[in-house]
Design a protein around this ligand. Sequence first.
Ligand code: THU
Length: 140
Amino acid sequence: MEEELIVTLLINAFDARMYSYCPYSGYAVGAAILTDDDEIYRGCNVENSSYGATICAERCAGLKAVSEGKKKFRAIAIVGAPKDASEVNDYAYPCGICRQFLYEFGGGDMTVIVAKSIDDKKVFKLSELLPEAFSSDNLN
Ligand code: THU
């Protein structure tokens, strides 16, 4: 994936993180998904007093895309850190549920970018983060 596109996705993920609603964990996450028609959908984590009702940033972005008719994801950028942190000190890898969710619409070839900054990033294929995935193929 081209560097310029990766940077654009990261800028969107950092921006989306600003809207995180995380009064319980204090951990703010932002995500930006690139769909196959080159649109970008952004999301943040949205927590709830009933903790299990919390939505991760990745699924927030993905649900926005799918609910607008986009069912093929090319890439996602993810950024996470404590809400008041002045800088991002760790890579925020997608949780297990989000990996499975992303696989549904991106498959193993989807690009997953995690970053501490625009320059400090790691790029994976989803198949590396979710090997031997369960998918619709298993249902046939
Ligand atoms: N979180 C995400 O948004 N994405 C992940 O992949 C992992 C966790 C959120 C959920 C919760 O609001 C906070 O991070 C702490 O778990």
